[in-house]
Design a protein around this ligand. Structure first.
Ligand code: DON
Length: 570
């Protein structure tokens, strides 16, 4: 990256972007409780109804891949904030024989997209164009992803799997307080983007039962005709006609040509854990791999949970890892990524050599590492373990809350604003304050870089944890802390999920802490060492949904109380 003069304006801008990031604040509380315990199988997701449907599918004889399809679609019905047909995601899985895999159903830039599509004639970013309305959406991948995974590994027919979801959309779900607040806050925006008669322009109250007949009809067609209904059938035509009407560029060719991609997961060790996570175009696996390697020589347990030293070591590793993330990572189908070098032990030890406990490293002094290689160069997570021992970790998103806010009334779903995850202009922050570079520039048919980090952890050769979260750029640091909370600090799964979290991402050069959750002495010590703290009103840091396999083989769910998340199991 060439521009290293990060002005106060940029820092403030990024901080504000951070503050505007619209997940629901609810202070985290530490509990001494364990989460739900189940004997055989568990689903943990952002909504009780979705977890229950996943479990019902398992009880009907389905496996984790059938439950994935059911849970994902049930989230589209009950949690339109992030659950989706109009977005994309990533799934990392481990079969009961220990084999590993992952599927990438990230959105793609439309074929008519171009590198400078969000810049005006002066080369400046046009505010809002990549985040709201017709031009913000990438070509959706969710239906392709869940069908590819279910077709290859599932046991039931898609029609059997989708039947209870269709019934749920017809029967309706009960709106929670959190949801009612979000609907009310965005009502005007929904009207502005979609016109006064749009479905979510209605007044929606907590406790009310909300049906979605249009989505039920879309799902019925998909259940009957399969994934091609979405990409080549009536549904595709309605999407394309809608985008044409509102001035977007998603074409029938974009829809027809979309395919999900099978990817080799990123696998690395941390002490005696084997961690399996998502490869590019998600930055999640590589970035947590770098962080874990950089922190591994330090005695985190000895320092103590949330001690100044623990926070420092994590922040300094995060600073260096995000600098690499933002420079090197992008869609592997378009750019060469030096994966081996980025995860190399010597390289990472060397990266930490400039760190001293005495004072904070300044982000402006940290660039991407020197790596010799040819330079041609609102989300939701759910975790599933089935009764056969298969595990799947899935993060799926529309990007911002309700994505681009484009709602296709005829189909009953929102479209993503994932195009904002590209780097619209080198050196300029996106809505998560992330600074991008050439590797993540826009190109037709390219996938935008993600932070989604669906992760599995093995201990002694056996499945140990399934974990992931929404939260944009904070996803990566939340996943790392959740694993450390259990492994280093011996918390239960539920305690680990509930524990307050902190975050750093290189730029802006700020460390954020969940409000009212950290000791003021800790903050003062860090300030004295030169850390800039974004302490108040910082956005909520993820909603982690995880499963831990206990020593007796039972499963413990960790459902994040920051949202309406819930575990179900048997
Ligand atoms: O892929 C990404 O990194 C982002 N689109 C994720 C967005 C997100 O987590 C919003 N969640 N609350």
């Amino acid at each position: 990256m060439s521009n290293r003069n990060f002005s106060t304006k940029l820092l403030l801008g990024s901080a504000i972007a951070f503050l505007l990031y619209s997940c629901q604040p609810k202070p985290a509380t530490q509990s001494t409780q364990k989460g739900l315990i189940a004997e055989q199988a568990m689903v943990v997701s952002a909504r009780k109804e979705a977890s229950d449907i996943g479990i019902a599918i398992l009880q009907k004889g389905g496996n984790a891949f059938d439950a994935m399809m059911a849970t994902e679609m049930a989230l589209a019905v009950t949690y339109p904030f992030a659950g989706n047909l109009g977005g994309g995601g990533f799934a990392v899985f481990r079969l009961n024989d220990g084999s590993l895999g992952s599927i990438d159903y990230r959105e793609k830039a439309p074929l008519a997209a171009d590198r400078d599509m969000y810049l005006d004639e002066n080369g400046d970013i046009i505010p809002g164009m990549s985040t709201q309305g017709a031009m913000a959406s990438g070509v959706p991948g969710t239906i392709a992803g869940i069908f590819a995974a279910q077709e290859k590994y599932g046991k039931l027919s898609p029609a059997e799997v989708l039947a209870p979801v269709i019934e749920l959309a017809e029967r309706g779900f009960v709106v929670t307080e959190n949801q009612a607040g979000r609907f009310a806050r965005l009502r005007e925006t929904f009207q502005e983007v979609n016109g006064p008669g749009t479905y979510f322009a209605q007044e929606i109250k907590a406790g009310q039962t909300l049906t979605n007949p249009a989505l039920a009809a879309t799902l019925k067609r998909i259940a009957q005709h399969g994934r091609d209904e979405f990409y080549k059938g009536e549904t595709a035509q309605i999407i394309v006609d809608h985008f044409e009407k509102i001035g977007g560029i998603i074409s029938l060719e974009d829809m027809n040509s979309y395919e999900a991609a099978w990817r080799e997961p990123i696998v690395f060790n941390y002490k005696d854990l084997k961690i399996i996570s998502m490869a590019p175009p998600s930055s999640g696996g590589i970035t947590i791999g770098q962080i874990f390697e950089m922190i591994s020589p330090y005695d985190l347990k000895g320092y103590g949970h949330h001690s100044p030293e623990y926070v420092q070591v994590l922040v300094e590793a995060e600073r260096r890892a995000y600098a690499d993330r933002n420079y090197f990572l992008g869609d592997p189908d378009f750019v060469d990524i030096p994966v081996g070098e980025l995860l190399d032990e010597d390289y990472l030890r060397n990266r930490m050599a400039s760190f001293s406990m005495e004072k904070a490293t300044k982000s402006e002094e940290i660039a991407e590492g020197e790596i010799a290689f040819a330079e041609n160069m609102e989300t939701t997570h759910y975790s599933i373990v089935d009764q056969e021992g298969n595990a799947i970790s899935v993060t799926t998103t529309l990007n911002g809350a309700y994505g681009s806010k484009v709602y296709i009334d005829e189909l009953g779903f929102f479209m993503n604003n994932e195009m904002d995850d590209f780097s619209s202009k080198a050196g300029e922050p996106n809505m998560f304050g992330l600074i991008g570079a050439e590797a993540n520039s826009i190109a037709p048919g390219k996938r935008m870089l993600s932070s989604m980090t669906p992760t599995l952890v093995e201990k002694e050769g056996k499945l140990w944890m399934v974990v992931g979260t929404p939260g944009g750029s904070t996803i990566i640091t939340s996943v790392v802390q959740t694993i450390l909370n259990v492994y280093e600090f011996e918390m239960s799964m539920q305690e680990a999920v509930e524990a307050p979290r902190f975050h750093h991402q290189w730029l802006p050069d700020l460390v954020s802490f969940e409000p009212n959750s950290f000791d003021s002495t800790l903050i003062s010590i860090l300030k004295a060492k030169g850390y800039q703290i974004l302490e108040n009103n910082n956005p909520i840091i993820g909603k982690v949904d995880a499963i831990l396999v206990l020593p007796d083989g039972k499963l413990e769910g960790g459902a994040d109380p920051r949202g309406d998340d819930a575990a179900s199991g048997f």
